[in-house]
Design a protein around this ligand. Structure first.
Ligand SMILES: N[C@@H](CCC(=O)N[C@@H](CS)C(=O)NCC(=O)O)C(=O)O
Length: 114
């Protein structure tokens, strides 16, 4: 790791987005803590809603830095920490990754998850 600030992933055990962030953290070899947040609960903790005003999961915190939206979380994990690169550098491969992520976001999430 480039620095030793604590890493906390706040998410929901059944969330595919949370799982994606966990896979990225494991691939990079980043030690982290977790906090269970049920985004469907009526009583989501107020301090969580300061980190994610849209009441979704996950949120990654690294020291004082909070980020939500899974693609942004993955971008941060890849850029801020040492370890194997999560994204290819070659233009066509990088573009295919973006295409597949977009397809799954646009067309896969609802039928496969909801
Ligand atoms: N675009 C967001 C989507 C986050 C999202 O929708 N997460 C789901 C769990 S996978 C959630 O919190 N759902 C709660 C709800 O729909 O109220 C991201 O990429 O992180």
């Amino acid at each position: 790791m480039k620095n030793e600030k604590s890493v906390v992933l706040r998410g929901y055990q059944f969330s595919v987005c949370n799982r994606i962030a966990r896979v990225a953290l494991h691939e990079k070899g980043i030690p982290y803590e977790t906090e269970e947040i049920d985004p469907f609960a009526a009583d989501i903790p107020k301090d969580y809603l300061k980190r994610h005003p849209f009441r979704r999961v996950p949120v990654l915190s690294h020291g004082e830095f909070d980020v939500y939206e899974t693609p942004a979380i993955l971008r941060y994990i890849d850029a801020a920490f040492e370890g194997p690169d999560l994204m290819p550098v070659e233009a066509e491969a990088l573009t295919r990754v973006a295409q597949v992520v977009s397809i799954v976001d646009s067309c896969g999430y609802r039928p496969m998850v909801r």
